[in-house]
Write a protein that binds this ligand. Structure first.
Ligand code: GDP
Length: 164
């Protein structure tokens, strides 16, 4: 009941965030701290090493791009942390926290962003975030399955869910 009232005034939105393999090597805790400071609620999280097949499916929109195989190699190189973030306007707000795809551009236009601070180059760029609500729903389903009936608040069962 109370939850419904909150949703009426501040409609919650979900987005999929990924801490990519480059950032898992040294910036995971700091990025999680930023997510929390940014006011996002983490409803689901899962650390996993993607298989090639999964990485290819995850980025299938880019399969014709010249960098596709590099991108798949990179995403399978080590563990990723997958997160469902909930907040009003979550898709746009998480994209803003990430900054532009290319960290050189990020350093010029969004120096506080995660990519400006932590990314090595346009490929190894620290974080992923859905570009719109449709993609968010699709990719959340791909990674976490059907979570539509779950609470927006993380519970222990989500944390210990088996790897993909
Ligand atoms: P994003 O939504 O900001 O992550 O950017 P895109 O959807 O355009 O690209 C997906 C991912 O592919 C990026 O996050 C990068 O890891 C990688 N990528 C994008 N553009 C390039 C590029 O020009 N060269 C290379 N090597 N990788 C790229």
């Amino acid at each position: 009941e109370a939850e419904q009232e909150i949703d009426f005034f501040f409609p919650q939105e979900q987005t999929l965030a990924v801490i990519k393999p480059d950032a898992m090597e040294g910036h995971k805790e700091e990025i999680l701290g930023e997510i929390s400071k940014g006011g996002f609620t983490i409803s689901h999280l899962k650390e996993t090493v993607l298989t090639r097949e999964m990485a290819e499916e995850f980025y299938r929109e880019h399969r014709e791009k010249p960098f596709f195989s590099q991108l798949v190699d990179f995403m399978c190189r080590g563990p990723c942390l997958m997160l469902v973030l909930t907040k009003e306007n979550a898709v746009e707000e998480w994209r803003a926290m990430m900054g532009p795809t290319d960290p050189e551009k990020a350093r010029e236009t969004a120096p506080q962003s995660l990519r400006a601070r932590f990314a090595k180059d346009v490929l190894e760029n620290t974080v992923h975030g859905s570009s719109d609500q449709q993609h968010a729903a699709e990719k959340i389903h791909f990674i976490f399955g059907d979570i539509s009936a779950d609470s927006d608040v993380l519970n222990e069962a989500d944390v210990v869910s088996p790897p993909l």
